[in-house]
Design a protein around this ligand. Structure first.
Ligand code: HEM
Ligand code: HEM
Length: 232
């Protein structure tokens, strides 16, 4: 494996070793928070606070691993010698990347509702604008096609949006029953999306060849699954 191949596996590596274990912890603490409230189960009073604190790290970590994936995809394809862009054309994208990460940090610090709403929108729009670049592979952009729903990219931005919503609405979830119901529904959907990301991500990992194999495999007919590639 070359350095570039290692760069491409940073995102799946972090998803498997950091995100998925955290999802287990946060979901379990969330369910215990609910049990404590509804069934008055004998659980420590810190359960809700622990869930919220760990949830905050989960939500931030999901956005960070998505930003890492986007940086690797855009950086490696955008700077490649065949069909890449001029390095200066990537500067606005670098600024958008830095803007998204700064907005995420700000979102975790500000208190006022308007500021939380603004920074959450900036963070999510940052992900969407980076994801809209031609270097980022998307199976389909049409929600009416089945391929859209199998797309690792669209599942990823959707679940990131739900995590950003959790971060932004933390005080409301804490104090309003109606918001807690919305929170539970949003995270039931997030749980399904996380599982489908695990499936679409491992599928993509299987389909992305090592860097030295790419010139050969690009000569193959992927639609008909035939290949008589010759060394160039
Ligand atoms: C795997 C994802 C998650 C699941 C399944 C989940 C589930 C839950 C459940 C079942 C409750 C209890 C609601 C009730 O008592 O009626 C809850 C409460 C809460 N959650 Fe989550 N949640 C998740 C992620 C997050 C994240 C990412 C955050 C913050 C960024 C968060 C913040 C909160 C807060 C502040 C409460 C209220 C805690 C309290 O009442 O003391 N959750 N969650
Ligand atoms: C928390 C769950 C995950 C989210 C939110 C997520 C999201 C994303 C996004 C938005 C991209 C950029 C678009 C693209 O190139 O398709 C991406 C790329 C990618 N993801 Fe994930 N992903 C997650 C989990 C996984 C897992 C579990 C794997 C595999 C084990 C994986 C493998 C990949 C691969 C191979 C890429 C191509 C770019 C790269 O490796 O940096 N992802 N992911």
């Amino acid at each position: 494996m070359r350095a570039i191949d290692w760069l491409w596996i940073i995102h799946p590596f972090l998803a498997v070793t950091v995100i998925y274990p955290l999802i287990g912890v946060v979901a379990r603490l969330g369910l215990q928070t609910r049990q404590r409230r509804v069934e008055t189960a004998k659980l420590p009073p810190s359960t809700g606070r622990d869930h919220s604190n760990q949830g905050q790290w989960l939500a931030a970590a999901v956005v960070v691993i998505v930003l890492i994936a986007l940086a690797v995809v855009i950086g490696s394809k955008g700077l490649s010698s065949d069909g890449g862009r001029d390095a200066t054309a990537l500067i606005p994208l670098l600024l958008a990347w830095l803007g998204s990460i700064s907005a995420l940090i700000a979102l975790m610090r500000v208190r006022g509702a308007v500021l939380r709403l603004s920074f959450s929108l900036i963070t999510w729009l940052g992900l969407l604008s980076l994801g809209a670049q031609p270097e980022v592979f998307r199976l389909s952009d049409n929600p009416l096609q089945p391929a859209f729903w199998q797309s690792h990219y669209w599942g990823g931005v959707l679940v990131s949006g739900l995590m950003i919503f959790n971060l932004a609405a933390r005080p409301e979830i804490l104090s309003h029953p109606r918001w807690r119901q919305v929170h539970i529904a949003a995270n039931a959907l997030a749980a399904i999306l996380f599982i489908s990301q695990g499936l679409s991500g491992t599928r993509d990992l299987l389909e992305i060849p090592l860097h030295w194999q790419q010139p050969f495999l690009s000569q193959c007919n992927w639609n008909e699954a035939t290949c008589d590639a010759q060394p160039r």
